[in-house]
Design a protein around this ligand. Structure first.
Ligand SMILES: [Zn+2]
Length: 205
């Protein structure tokens, strides 16, 4: 599903590199995340619309799939073990469901940088209109993130393999509030040392 296929998106959100956004979705909508310039990670979190104590959970999804990554056909579960999304297209084929989102402590403690933008602040700012506070942010799905799992069960942090225009598309299975961050990390290979924009397109019904 894409603009090229002749279907007009109901909503289009341009997310500048290093910034975030939030929006609500209904069941059977499609959420398309486009890596516009390549090598950009999309941190993704979601809450159930009707009860904010239910959220999209990497832990429960990993446990359900018995796998340390996600791919096309997978259903992504909530902490109440209900499916919230299904991956229906994944051009890059590399997604991380292990590492935490970046936050101001990460930049301060590990890099000695004060006041750096972070996924955590992006989510907090974007979700403020829904009354969702900083402490409520669940661990993210890091779409397009290249964190290969190695033989000795450690995992890496490498430049993403996504190329300009690559997409990941989710089918929505539940009324949800979604937030996406074009990760601001520019001090390690996570985003190719150069955060760049994402395009979010939401298609009917
Ligand atoms: Zn980040």
């Amino acid at each position: 599903m894409s603009e090229e296929a002749g279907v007009k998106a109901e909503q289009e959100i341009m997310v500048p590199g290093g910034h975030g956004t939030a929006f609500s979705v209904r069941p059977d909508q499609l959420v398309e995340i486009v890596d516009l310039e390549g090598q950009q990670v999309a941190d993704f979190i979601a809450f159930a619309e009707r009860n904010r104590t239910e959220w999209l959970s990497t832990t429960h999804t990993r446990s359900s799939l018995l796998r340390l990554t996600v791919r096309v056909g997978d259903r992504l579960d909530s902490n109440w073990r209900r499916p919230m999304f299904e991956i229906i297209r994944d051009d890059v084929g590399r997604n991380d469901v292990i590492t935490s989102m970046c936050d101001d402590r990460r930049y301060r403690l590990d890099y000695g940088v004060e006041g750096h933008r972070s996924c955590r602040t992006n989510f907090t700012e974007a979700l403020e209109p829904w009354g969702i506070a900083e402490w409520q942010m669940p661990d993210p799905f890091n779409f397009f993130q290249n964190a290969p799992i190695l033989q000795d069960r450690t995992f890496g942090n490498e430049v993403p393999t996504g190329r300009a225009g690559d997409k990941l598309v989710l089918r929505t299975l539940m009324d949800s509030i979604v937030s996406v961050s074009a990760c601001p990390q520019d001090l390690n290979p996570c985003n190719g040392f150069r955060p760049s924009p994402l395009m979010i397109r939401i298609f009917g019904p």
